[in-house]
Design a binder for this molecule. Structure first.
Ligand code: SAM
Length: 225
């Protein structure tokens, strides 16, 4: 798959363990692709897997300027949701792109379920993120935010990732273990309740077929600097 955008230099912000950076490198065929990631463990995992073909730089992209210029294409998936000041941060990132350079943003617009386990898990995530000044469904305001930060929006679409609840529950299960250590979660959920959510997520994760209902919509915004 290629994107049809000629990119010599591509970046991936909040790269995690580097899978999205690999994807960016593949679709852009960029000569240089760099993943910026705050977690040293994820950077180490990405470097070990990619074997030096891609660069991974440890950086808090929410607090520090990107140490690069003339970027042709940037990718940013599921990161803005974790930043306490996305508007200001989006404004700073613009300086890293060449004039007319393209940035692709992808965030959750809607994520809910009538299933009590998933509903409780999403309430927990929404609550803990709000406590830290973050927004779980930042996709709802993504287009307006990007525009307000001075980018020129060229496309904005709602996308259904077509993931069944079983796949989502499997993704959520390890996250529950880190989230349950948060003081806000400990103040708002009893340990037994969190254990119940864990068991429920495992049950949903093992489902085959259509199973538990879920409403999952992502927002993709493409913008030029
Ligand atoms: C939900 S993961 C998304 C990973 C990847 N973009 C993807 O879509 O698969 C969010 C990533 O952003 C990283 N992250 C969160 N805040 C960050 C920050 N301020 N600077 C750099 N990375 C950050 C986290 O460590 C995590 O790896």
């Amino acid at each position: 798959m290629t994107l049809g955008v000629a990119a010599d230099l591509a970046i991936d912000l909040g790269a995690g363990p580097g899978y999205t950076t690999e994807l960016v490198a593949e679709v852009t065929q960029a000569r240089v692709a760099i993943g910026y990631e705050r977690s040293p463990a994820f950077c180490a995992e990405a470097r070990a897997r990619c074997g030096g073909s891609l660069d991974f730089v440890e950086l808090d992209v929410g607090a520090e300027d990107l140490p690069i210029q003339n970027v042709d294409l940037g990718f940013c998936r599921f990161l803005l949701t974790h930043l306490p000041n996305p508007l200001e941060t989006l404004g700073r990132w613009k300086k890293a792109l060449r004039p007319g350079g393209v940035m692709v943003f992808l965030e959750v617009e809607r994520l809910s379920s009538s299933d009590p386990v998933l509903a409780r898990y999403y309430r927990m995530i929404e609550g803990v993120q709000a406590e830290h000044g973050q927004a779980m469904s930042i996709g709802r305001t993504l287009e307006a935010l990007v525009q307000k930060a001075g980018w020129r929006v060229v496309d904005s679409q709602a996308v259904d990732p077509c993931l069944p609840a079983s796949a989502m529950a499997t993704l959520h299960r390890p996250n529950l273990e880190s989230v349950r250590k948060d003081p806000w979660v400990q103040g708002h959920f009893k340990p037994e309740e969190i254990d119940e959510i864990a068991v429920g997520l495992e049950r949903i994760g093992a489902e085959t077929g259509k199973g538990t209902p879920i409403d999952n919509v992502l927002r993709v915004v493409i913008a030029r600097a």
